[in-house]
Write a protein that binds this ligand. Structure first.
Ligand code: UDX
Length: 436
């Protein structure tokens, strides 16, 4: 089929490449001319494992192309996926101006039947707004459908999440839209959840908020573990084997970050508030999440007694491994708090350092941090090594070498990543989150 994607961010670009992989002709549109030029120049604007290979494969096969014109998206494809950003406004509410602008622009070019599918994460009832906007701006009486088809991909495993989704949620108002979307997703060999548009929209926000809740829940359990000598890993394993609870998202640590969870939890609180419902449980999810980073820094401080002028080696800056994304990264929050308390910070991350250096706001927040070429440089002369993002390469570190160059062999593990017994055997003072 001919498909178009408007917005070539993480979701749009990955979705476009994966649709091409399943045999469709895809045009990806973005009004960011530089981004489109980058893509046309065979370079990826984001780091995502496997993305470059997939994009180039389908560009070379003539199945994937890039444009700056929404007109192309509307003219060339029966199904148009809106994947533009919905960033957080200072008020906490999602900024829907890009969705509104794209809806108007689609309406301007509409000449024959099209389905306009929201893939961006949007507040419940946005589909209704998109429909009203298109109806208002369309030139003549052209039939169209609006649908919701939320995306659940995770950064770092976005390609396989998209190619092999656990479910495909389709919110529709007509049989015609349902049939077309089912046809597109047939090769994905997944379970369809077909609902009305409002429910599909809410499935996305509710899913992300629930996952964030699981993380804050297990972090709270970890804090009880620390106070009692219980082990959060064992508790999570024992809980997770109950299929009603499930194993996923029960990894304790310094909390969740990234572009989605913080924004989506806040958005759902706002949406509920606007509907006169107080979603109090989600406010507590946020409180626990913020507190978890502070507790981690407190733990480092407790270990070193005084943080002022102590050197901390920070392992990780991205919000999770396998991505260079630093948005709302707990690792950066920990770095900031350490600086605020007077510590000297040396940081290493396999991918994120150029992003930190390019981002004026975050560079300012991390002013004074020395960026290192590897974990060994970050550990050299440090009073404490703090693991804040669990990149796989940290598992293979030569800890004998690290120990020999550190000022004091102390490791604080914010992601319960290292083996406590092994590090203690090597003579490290080692602490993690919620493990005895
Ligand atoms: C998330 C959702 O998983 C995805 O379905 C949605 O489409 C976008 O938002 P993403 O933000 O890429 O994906 O990352 P995810 O792997 O979900 O992790 C989010 C954060 O939670 C990370 O900071 C991670 O470190 C943290 N996390 C995750 C935990 O602290 N503990 C866990 O058990 C799982």
């Amino acid at each position: 089929m001919q498909l178009s994607i408007i917005g070539t961010g993480h979701v749009g670009l990955v979705t476009g490449a994966c649709f091409a992989e399943y045999g469709n002709q895809v045009v990806c549109v973005d009004n960011d001319v530089r981004k489109i030029e980058t893509l046309r120049g065979r370079k990826m604007p984001i780091y995502e494992p496997g993305l470059e290979e997939l994009v180039l494969k389908h560009v070379d096969a003539g199945k994937l192309r890039f444009s700056t014109e929404i007109r192309d998206a509307v003219r060339d494809a029966e199904v148009i996926f809106i994947c533009v950003g919905t960033p957080q406004l200072p008020s906490g509410a999602p900024d829907l101006s890009y969705i509104e602008a794209v809806s108007r622009e689609i309406a301007r070019h509409l000449e024959e039947y099209r389905i306009i599918v929201e893939k961006s994460t949007v507040p419940v009832q946005t589909g209704q707004r998109v429909k009203m906007t298109i109806s208002k701006y369309v030139k003549k009486d052209v039939p169209f459908d609006v649908a919701s088809n939320p995306e659940f991909l995770r950064e770092g495993s976005a390609i396989s999440d998209t190619l092999h989704p656990e479910r495909v949620v389709i919110g529709v108002e007509s049989k015609r839209a349902e049939d077309l979307l089912r046809r597109i997703y047939e090769p994905f060999n997944s379970t369809f959840v077909v609902t009305d548009i409002h429910s599909a929209e809410l499935i996305k926000h509710a899913s992300n908020a629930f996952l964030a809740l699981k993380i804050s829940f297990i972090n709270s359990v970890a804090n009880v573990c620390e106070a009692t000598g219980a082990d959060v890993e064992e508790v999570a394993r024992g809980m997770g084997l109950d299929t009603r609870i499930g194993k996923g998202f029960l990894r304790a640590g310094i909390g969740y970050g990234g572009y989605c969870f913080p924004k989506d939890v806040e958005a759902l609180i706002r949406i509920a508030h606007d509907l006169r419902y107080d979603f109090g449980i989600l406010r507590e999810v946020q409180n626990v999440n913020v507190d978890q980073r502070i507790r981690f820094v407190n733990r480092i401080e407790k270990e070193l007694w005084v943080l002022k002028d102590k050197t901390i080696g920070l392992l990780g800056l991205s919000f999770k491994p396998n991505t260079d994304d630093i948005r709302e990264s707990p690792a950066i929050e920990v770095g900031r708090e350490l600086l605020r308390r007077g510590a000297k910070v040396k940081a290493y991350d396999p991918q994120a350092i150029p992003h930190v250096q390019r981002d004026a706001k975050i560079s300012e927040q991390l002013k004074g941090v020395v960026f290192c070429k590897d974990a060994y440089e970050a550990a050299a002369d440090a009073d404490c090594l703090a693991l804040v993002t669990e990149w796989d390469e940290f598992r293979k570190l030569d800890f004998e070498r690290i120990k020999s160059t550190m000022s004091h062999p102390t490791i604080l593990d914010g992601r319960n990543f290292f083996d406590p017994a092994a590090l203690k055997r090597l003579g490290f003072t080692y602490h993690s989150v919620g493990r005895a």
